[in-house]
Design a protein around this ligand. Sequence first.
Ligand code: AMP
Ligand code: ZN
Length: 536
Amino acid sequence: MDLRLYDTLTRQKKPFAPIDPHNVRMYVCGPTVYDFAHIGNARPVIVFDVLFRLLRHLHGETHVTYVRNITDVDDKINARAVRDFPNLPLNDAIRQVTEKTTAQFHADVKALGCLPPTYEPRATDFVLPRADGKADMVTLIKQLIARGHAYEAGGEVLFDTVSMPDYGQLSGRKLEDQQAGARVAVEAHKKNPADFVLWKQSSDEEPGWDSPWGRGRPGWHIECSAMSAAYLGEVFDIHGGGLDLIFPHHENEIAQSRCAHGTHAMANIWMHNGFLQVEGEKMSKSLGNFFTINELLADWHGEVLRFNMLKTHYRSPIDWTVSALNESKRELQTWANALENTEGMFRSIGQRATGVLPSPSNAILEAISDDLNTSQMVTELRSIFSRLRSGDPSASVELMQNLEFLGLLRSDQLALLNPYHVGSGGRLASPETKHKLDLLQIAFANGNTALQDKLTLELQKAGVTVSIFENGAVSYEVTGSAIDIDGLIAARAAARARKDFKESDRIRDELAAMGVVLKDGKDASGNPTTMWEIAR
Ligand code: AMP
Ligand code: ZN
C-alpha cells in the first residue's frame, strides 16, 4: 500500500518515504491551554489521529513517534490566570489554569476516540537547558545568534529574516512583498518588518526565566522548534496543524530550525487541515455559534462527532451543522444495531484493552492512503455495510474491525448508540425523562461521570431508576414513587431549626439508604445550607 500525502511546501501530493522506517516521526502543533478547546481545534486532533493509526498499521505500532505539544506559556494564559485566580501568586495561578485546561483537553479528545500521542511535551519544560540534554529554546536561540541569524535589539532577541535567502517558501510570501506591503510602521528596533520575536523581556507581573538576555519568555514559534528537535531530531517526516498556522507559525518554525541546525528542511511533508465553520458562518463568540468540544459532548456521542468530522476530506472546509450531526448519528446507530445482533463474534477482537489495533480492509487502507481520503473511506464503509445487510457472513466482522481501527465504534460497547429499553414491568417514561435518558447514555459513553451522576440523580428524583451496562445498554424503570430530595432536605432543615435532631438524623439516614449523601455548610451570609450528591 503506497501512502501519498499532500505537501503544503511543494504544493503536490507526494509518495511518503520515511527517513527511517523503524522510526516514523510526526509533529503536530497542540493547544494553547487557556480555555476549553472548541470543535475547530478538534479537527487537527482527529485528522492526525487517523494518520497516526495508519502509520502504525503500515510501519508497526512501535515504529511511529507522534509528538503533540502543549503550549503552556502565552499571554492569553497570563490574562486568564489574573482574571480567574486574582488572589494567588502568578505562577500558582498560571499552573491552575494550565492544569485544569490540559486535563479537560485530554478528557475531550479521549471521548473523540483519539489515541494519546507518543509524547506530549509542555513548552515550559523546554525553555532552559535540560539535565537530559534534549533540545531547548535558550540553546536554540544562542545557536541562531552565533550563526548570524538572530540579533538582540530593544530588549528582545529577533530572528533576522534577511539572513535566510529562501525565507517564506511555505506560505509563498516573499520578503520583498512583505516590505513593500507593510502597512504597520516598522517597530524601530527591527531590521526588517518580517523579523519576529525569539525572546522577549518579562515584567515582574509576567512569567519569566533567567536567560543570557535577561529575565524573559520565549516567542511562540521557538517552542515548537525546540520540542520537535527534542523528540524527533533536526529533520523529521511529517509536520501538521491547521491552515491558519502556515503563516507565520510554521514559516517561522522552519526558519528557526533550519538556520539553527544548518539543514535543508525541518520536515519532509507539511500537512494542513482546512477550517471548520458552523451552520455556514465563521465560528465566533459574538455570533453565538461557538461550541466547545465539551459542550457538544453533552449532547452527542464522541463517536458521532468523530464520524461527522471525517466525512469531509481534511483539506476541504467543513460546515458543521446539526442536521449533518443527526445524519451521522443515525448512520452509526444503524451500523451499531446491525453489528450488535452478531455481537458474539467480536469477543475475540477485544484489542482495545491491549492497545493493538484491529486490521482494516484493503479498500479502507487504499482510501486513507490517498492523502487521507476519509470521504472515500466512508463510501467503503457503506459498501461493507450493504454486504452485511444482504447477508454476507464475513461482512460484520469486517465492518467491526474497520470501525474499531478507525476509532468509530468499540466492539465491547455496541449498545452505546441504542435507544434504552424499559425494565420489566416498568411504565413508559415521559418525553422529558426520555431526553434525560438520552443525555445520560451519552454522558456514560463519553466518560463524563460528573454529568452521569447528575442525570442519574435527577431521574431518581423523578422516580426513574436507571441501570447502565458495560456494553452501553441502558434500561430504566418508572417506579412512580418519586423521591422528593429537596422536600426531605427542607424537612430536615426545619427539624434542625427546632432542635429535633432525632428527626433530622432519621431523614439523613433515609436519604443515605437511597444513596444520597448530604453535605452541610454555610452560605455567604452564614446561614446553614445543605448540598447533596450521589454516594460512590
Ligand atoms: P490554537 O489553540 O488556536 O493554536 O489552535 C489549535 C489547533 O486548532 C491549530 O492546529 C489550529 O490550526 C486549529 N484550529 C483552530 N481553529 C480551527 C477551525 N475553526 N477549524 C479547523 N482547525 C482549527
Ligand atoms: Zn507549532
